[in-house]
Design a protein around this ligand. Structure first.
Ligand code: GLU
Length: 418
């Protein structure tokens, strides 16, 4: 990450631009610009060697006017309060643009989880849950997985919260295992949503997924599932990367094989197959493809990269992968982009389904989950296209206008307390 990159400024600048383009009354905007609450917690953990380490954690609750705060928890060595604030704001916009009854929040711990043992990771997660327990809950703030967190970590969070409350509280967290009230279809939901977004975008130009050449940055839960589902639908996954590096194959990679290799702990720098060449993550962004899917971290498509990309379309799997300056260049170059707050919303949409199933104490079948996900995304995409035509703007600005109008309208009818 470059030193001057400021993700919170990125999201505020984009919101301000959308307020102008959408001619939205600014009266309530100051409220939306700032989060409702930010907390920082210090988390002591006794390490396996007997030493004591104190980790820093955050939870930012951006808005709960449209429903309980909602958003994942990330474990990463570069986590900062500023980043978590941006991610929490994006969650409010994301839930509003697809019109699900949640607000936005995000959490994070400054740690590289690959340096911890399983026992240390469990202790850290339980201590973090204990620290944020007063402000979370099924009707308050519902965490979920994000970068480097998974169903196991959600299980420890759920168990700690339930122990503190003396009863099972499945609705306090989403992205948990099926056995504990998780939803069918949740693990692959973000990837599935990205594939649906890609399909909807291509359809605007009369194209389809079949034989479309796609490059994906990232091979975690999001990138990995996106690659698999795309390949199953006939797209050609030409490139994919992990934190160590990227692989490229002109005739298409075997997505099932590559993702299984990474899931089993393999590094892509060690992966070999016929026709596969190795490249850097930056080279992947610039490779020859139709659709580029950044599905890792923020600040990847910078102005410099935007000038050189060879793709015709970008679908943002990660949160905030494109800078504001890069956005302008992509627009000038006629590269169409589906913004993160829509493209990666499949995860939180199925989190919403999981939460509804928990409250109603029922379990839906996977086809029902997938069908409802597609229905919500298709409706929201149509609204974004219509708004982009009405306001003559990019899909990002259209998505922001829709989300901001919904948030601001809710502020207006509610009024300011007291
Ligand atoms: N971490 C995911 C996101 O950024 C999912 C959040 C959730 O399900 O609450 O959208």
């Amino acid at each position: 990450m470059s030193s001057e990159y400021n993700p919170y400024k990125n999201v505020v600048d984009a919101m301000e631009e959308a307020m102008e383009i959408g001619k939205i009354d600014k009266h309530m905007f100051e409220i939306i610009k700032n989060p409702q609450r930010e907390i920082k917690v210090y988390l002591p953990v006794e390490m396996d060697d007997g030493s004591v380490k104190v980790f820093e954690g955050y939870r930012v609750q951006h808005s709960n006017i449209r429903g309980p705060f909602k958003g994942g928890i990330r474990y990463h060595q570069n986590v900062t309060l500023n980043e978590v604030k941006a991610l929490a704001t994006w969650m409010s916009l994301k839930c509003a643009v697809v019109n699900i009854p949640f607000g936005g929040a995000k959490g994070g711990i400054k740690v590289d989880p690959s340096t911890l043992s399983k026992r240390e990771l469990c202790a850290l997660t339980r201590r973090y849950t204990y620290a944020i327990e007063p402000i979370i809950g099924a009707d308050r703030d519902i965490p979920a997985p994000d970068v480097n967190t998974n169903a196991q970590i959600m299980t420890w969070l759920l168990d700690t919260y339930s122990q503190l409350h003396g009863k099972p509280c499945p609705g306090v967290v989403t992205g948990k295992p099926l056995e504990l009230g998780g939803s069918k279809g949740r693990p692959s939901a973000t990837g599935r949503g990205i594939v649906i977004s890609t399909k909807l975008l291509l359809a605007e130009d009369g194209k389809e997924l079949k034989d479309t050449r796609v490059a994906i940055q990232g091979c975690g839960n999001v990138g990995g599932n996106t690659a698999r589902i795309l390949a199953h639908r006939g797209a050609i996954v030409v490139a994919i990367s992990d934190v160590y590096g990227a692989i490229y194959c002109e005739s298409g990679l075997n997505a099932d094989q590559v993702t299984a290799y990474v899931e089993n702990g393999g590094k892509l720098t060690d992966y070999n197959a016929e026709g596969v060449i190795h490249m850097t993550n930056e080279e992947l962004l610039l490779c020859d493809c139709d659709v580029l899917i950044p599905a890792a971290l923020e600040n990847q498509i910078t102005a410099d990269i935007a000038k050189q990309v060879k793709c015709s379309y970008i679908v943002e799997g990660a949160n905030g992968p494109t800078t504001v300056d890069a956005d302008k260049i992509l627009q000038e170059r006629g590269i169409k982009l589906v913004p993160d707050i829509f493209a990666n919303s499949g995860g939180v949409i199925v989190s919403y389904f999981e939460w509804v199933q928990n409250i109603q104490e029922i379990a839906w079948e996977k086809p029902q989950v997938n069908e409802m996900l597609e229905t919500i995304l298709t409706k929201a995409f149509k609204e974004i296209i219509e708004e982009s035509k009405r306001s003559d703007c990019t899909l990002r600005m259209a998505a922001y206008i829709i989300a901001l109008k919904r948030l601001i309208h809710t502020e207006e009818i509610k009024g300011i307390f007291p």
